[in-house]
Design a protein around this ligand. Sequence first.
Ligand SMILES: C[S@@+](CC[C@H](N)C(=O)[O-])C[C@H]1O[C@@H](n2cnc3c(N)ncnc32)[C@H](O)[C@@H]1O
Length: 283
Amino acid sequence: MSEGRKSAPKAPAGVDTEKPSAARIYDWYLGGSQNWAVDREFGKRAVEVFPHARELARQNRDFLGRLVQAALDAGIRQFLDLGSGVPTVGNVHEIVRDNLPAGERASVVYVDYEPVAVAHSTVLLEQDGATDWAGLVQADLRHVDAVLKHRTTRQLLDFGQPVCLLLIGVLHFIGGDDRPEEIVARYRGRLAPGSWLAVSHFTDENLPPEDAAAVHELAEAYQRTSNPLWVRRRAEIESWFGGWPMVEPGLVPPADWRADRPLNRAERRARPFGWCGAAERPR
Ligand SMILES: C[S@@+](CC[C@H](N)C(=O)[O-])C[C@H]1O[C@@H](n2cnc3c(N)ncnc32)[C@H](O)[C@@H]1O
């Protein structure tokens, strides 16, 4: 998709109130208040074109919650959340704080390049009194060294120990010419055995023609935002895990990943439009 463009635009220089941004549109999909009129107008048009947008955002967010819990259960205590977004309910540091076994320590690094996401994440970490174990890096995730060598990353994360690297709902904002496979491979290369790499991504695969057409129309609409959208298929997404074994249940729609309840009709309708999963670096 985004046929006219092959790579994502540069990181925003400041808050752009003229153009909708993925961070603020997603906040609107999830019912948040950190969005401008331009984002809300875009969101309303997006839902007309693709009625499942808000439900799919919720399913993606719920997947993130179950994934972080599963990584904690597997003993991982460090989280690097790339494209972390405007904080909403169930942020990674909150899930970690609420579920960490008593007496244990953990650390979380958020990375985003969108100024509204950065400002609100910073305030939330301060309000939560979490700044000694959770931090934020304002960076373009394509600049792998800038993320990994950032003072906050180095202070909070020990790459000699397992890290859960999260790329949730973000790689579809990275174009083919940005070489997502090389970006992910560079992060993967830094992860210790026992680390997890988790991804979720928008797809047009296995859909009836009218649903596939709606996906393409949505991607077309995102061309006019700060974050053009690229739709991809299973085989390409799977290749980013570098052959590491997938943790159960493999690459599945977000609503299916360790689902904890049956889906209602609207949830079932939104279910097929994404792929998600996590893989573990062999020990
Ligand atoms: C749809 S939101 C996903 C938020 C969160 N990961 C989740 O799944 O709930 C995508 C986020 O990725 C960020 N993003 C997009 N491209 C990025 C890039 N190249 N570097 C850093 N952040 C990026 C956007 O600013 C936005 O906040």
